[in-house]
Design a protein around this ligand. Sequence first.
Ligand code: FAD
Length: 446
Amino acid sequence: MKKVIVVGGGVSGISVAYLIKKHTDYSVSLIEKDRIGGKALSIKTNGYLIETGPNGFLSNKKEIKRLIEESHFKDEVIQSNDYADRKFIFSSGKLWEIQSNPAKLLFSSFLSTKAKLKILKEPFVKPNSNDETVESFVKRRLGKEFLNKVIGPMVCGVFAGNPKVMSMESNFPRIKEIEMAYGSLIKGLISLMINKKTSASVTTGGFSSKLMSFKDGISSFLNHLSKDIKIIKDNIVDLKQEESRYTLIGKKSSYTTDIVIFAIPSYALKEILKNYGRGLEKVLNKIPYAPMSVVALGYKDKNLPDTINSFGYLFALKEIRDVIGVLFDSSVFNFRAENGKTLVRLMVGGQLAKDAPFKQNIIESAIKELQRSASIFKPFEFSFIKRHRKAIPVYTMEHKDVLEKINNFENKNRGIIITGNAFYGVGLNDCVKAAYQILERIKGGQ
Ligand SMILES: Cc1cc2nc3c(=O)[nH]c(=O)nc-3n(C[C@H](O)[C@H](O)[C@H](O)COP(=O)(O)OP(=O)(O)OC[C@H]3O[C@@H](n4cnc5c(N)ncnc54)[C@H](O)[C@@H]3O)c2cc1C
């Protein structure tokens, strides 16, 4: 029987191992140096369920829903409460409730008249077929204020990146496609909405779709998927080729296989390929990672400001200190805090506040931020910190070139497949989508 070894037991590795085991005759094993889950880890403690990494996925994401269905885990899925539809942005010293309908932004006082006029002129801005940074794209089409108050907060809060370095094509290919197909985002959206091919979520980054998760957290799904997979605990440090097979050298043992799927961060892959690499190890350096810490604060007291009855809030770029997002998890999902308690999670850091995640007094920064932006002064009863030195990969203007080189490398080194959120999308669904694509490649002889 031919062998597949998957290296890395995060969402990418577990999904692909599960699918190959289920749909092919290959014998599958997964090598993980630490624990199953990677960045995903749900911790139940003191009456709280804390996600120290990913928290959920949007209801319009097809592949993860397909995987949940085919692995019979649908009954464990939960949908966010109605409070999750309330979202805020902290700007000019106060929290502004942001409507899911982008047109409504034009009628609120959140944006200045000058910014609104710039938006109204968007249909007349010439499209640009070249890739450009997110900052350049948004400034060109929608103006500086829209970047500072709307797109910037979403990009920093969701991708932890800096709009100045992030590539538009690599991060938001659909938006760039709309610009090219319709000549304008506004014209494109109207036309797509008339044809019912999409909803307003295209521009609001999914503000109108529901957030989904699992009753017992993301880890419960990954544990479920991995329960029948052969898992070997080892740290892979090198790779060798012997005729048409590959040998992975681990700290504990060596493993020979027909196909190896690397589902690890780019910086970890670079280390493994340092001898074998054929130039790819240098290319992998071109993917920077944003650091981030997750600070969870638990409150016994229900008597907190009304703002907590919402999804949470992001920050206008000019307002970012250490925290880039505040999430009211116990309002978003049931089962995140015991009855009567409140769980708040703060995302600290990202590329725009890159020293913040490692500050000794990170809890103090979190409290100060909650006081400044949400008037939460009550004492918390519980706190938890998870520091991710390399939290989220950032797709810069060099990302397309990286993917091209990976593709060439895979073509020249049949039997090696590279995946993971460093390459084909940073979110959970992207990892699962890549797993389905690899399954098709394997079924088709790669
Ligand atoms: C704080 C935070 C919040 C997030 N929130 C969301 C969210 O709400 N929704 C969403 O969709 N996405 C979110 N994400 C992104 C999401 O976490 C990632 O898309 C996903 O977890 C990446 O999975 P992965 O398997 O590609 O990589 P990882 O999770 O990094 O897994 C890689 C695995 O490889 C192992 N490994 C590394 N080197 C070796 C080696 N040499 N040998 C053996 N094993 C090795 C590691 O130990 C690890 O287990 C968030 C990320 C962070 C950090």
